[in-house]
Ligand binder design. Sequence first.
Ligand code: HEC
Length: 111
Amino acid sequence: MPLLAPRRLLLALCWIPVTALAEGTLSTEREKELETLLYQDCGSCHGMTLRGGLGPALPESRMNAYSREGLAALILHGVAGTAMPGWQGLLTEEEARWLADHLQNDNPLDE
Ligand code: HEC
């Protein structure tokens, strides 16, 4: 009895490109955690609805002045000389891109 029956092997081979094509690899659970982080942790400075506080408001129009990569880099590295911290100790690049995408396309502050 081979380890993988031929039909199983075929199924496994089909599965690889499908998962590789999927948009991201973050679990729904992690996406929920990131959303909580955005409105609570980032929100502690930018406001729980992103309308601003110690940090500026983060409206969708403003967020789209950045490229997605640029915004993700800003989130990971922070803004030197300001209160905006870098988040690279807590977030992976993919997670920062997810947050950037959320700010650009799924933003509650749609001005
Ligand atoms: C301790 C306060 C603080 C926290 C927490 C914080 N920020 Fe900031 N953030 C700032 C400040 C202050 C600025 C303005 C920096 C400047 O003067 O350029 C800023 C700037 C930004 C900008 C650029 C805004 C613009 O108009 O160009 C983005 C985007 C941003 N923060 C996203 C985030 C995200 C996402 C998080 C959470 C992962 C976060 N920030 C957490 C204080 C904070």
